[in-house]
Design a protein around this ligand. Sequence first.
Ligand code: G3I
Length: 488
Amino acid sequence: MRLAKRASHETPRRTRRGRRVVGAAFAALLGAAVLAPAAPAAADAPLRDHAAQQGFEIGAAIAPNHLQNDSQYADLAATEFNAATPENAMKWSVTEPSRNQFSFGQADAFMDFAQANNQKVRGHTLVWHSQLPSWVENGNFSRSELLSIMENHIDQVAGRYAGEIAYWDVANEIFLGDGSWRDSVFYRTLGPDFVAEALRMTAEADPNAELWLNDYSIDGINAKSDAYYNLIQDLIAQGVPIDGIGLQAHLINGQVPSSMQQNIQRFADLGIKVAITELDVRIQMPASQSELEQQARDYRAVMDACMNVNGCIGVTVWGVSDQYSWVPDTFEGQGAPLLFNENYQPKPAYDAVHEALGGTSDGGGDDGGGDDGGGDDGGGTSGPCAVSYSAANEWNTGFTGQITVTNNGGSALNGWELQFDFPSGQQLSNGWNAQWSQSGSTVTATNTSWNSTLAAGGSVSIGFNASHSGSNAEPESFTLNGQSCSVS
Ligand code: G3I
């Protein structure tokens, strides 16, 4: 029945079959190298390299509009994180603003980026009282009509990305602080059953996705997290599919709940997974150095609470840099909640997360402007461009190469192409943050759609995996758009 019904929705759906195959093949190719590298990550490697070493996910909420407009944002989003959640792009108001009129431009752009960077995707979110278009929020529906609206929405959205999304936040923020049900069109019309219905509908639309619930202020043990604990026990007892609980963790500086690890453990003991899904730690502005250090301790406490529990699979931060966080718009006078500041420099919180994952405590984040894999080295001397090249991760027959290219010219490059020769027979297998190819010994990396502009003085970090047969000499010269670069 549902298969036949889904076929009738084919028309508005973009042909994703080709992309899905490409995405899956890309993930399969990169999966082994990125999620379980054969050799230890260099001490100052990006967060995702250390996370992969531990089989852990370090994610960020990502917004496709910033990917297009801000290469520093896109660069950090790709380089530092091995998991991604669309901050707004898959919400109901974006994907189905009018009844049965679906719009997937933003969601597709997000998926393209996540797949190109081999990031595990958390779909966010299918059934939520907020960012719900008024035709749903204020509709006066019968039970059967609302069920069919929900089913169509889930079918179209989860069905479109079936096989490509690791976890779906199926229902979001369904309880109030005292553990009672939140009023919403779903609860009013369908009662508490709307959650089980949504979980079953998502399981049908994408049998491969894990099905999660997600909420804020359930990070420690309290009335609200108790309500989830009880609900999940009931769902399991009723045979309703449920795979995980997301603790959002929108925290206030200095206020990590002391029962966080115990809370994570009790959910894991139910046999479901747990993740920190939207971590940020907000500070009263302007943030002092001691507050930034407190924030670093808070990030570390959350990382430890998750990493100490077997079923806790990862931590996602709710944004890439302080530049675009939702916090100042919602909490007047508060801000600076993330790992990178508004100039994309790593904060003490970055170092704390880096260290929790097994990297150095100075994982690139000195605040006084040092060499940090995420930023502009500023040290390019002569020549129109500067390149730094490193075999960050090397094992018997292969290595991961990292390259930072800086445009030292006086104007932005709109489109760029980097070329170099492998000197000792190395063979490219795959790469990220550029379109990669190899012909003979010559390797070409061309910009992607989201990092095509390389600002004057700006840098882009790109990377690849390659094989070698014992000798792994470094390329000696590089050209950017045909011009020779200085090499460091
Ligand atoms: O896109 C419009 C833009 O066209 C318009 O000019 C502008 C004017 O204000 O608004 C833009 O939309 C905003 C949207 O973010 C994209 O920036 C909305 O007003 C704004 O309400 C919306 O906020 C989002 C918020 O969810 C909505 O509740 C935040 O970005 C997003 O970070 C936040 O994320 C939620 C999670 O989904 C669930 N958990 C809590 C978390 C934080 O609130």
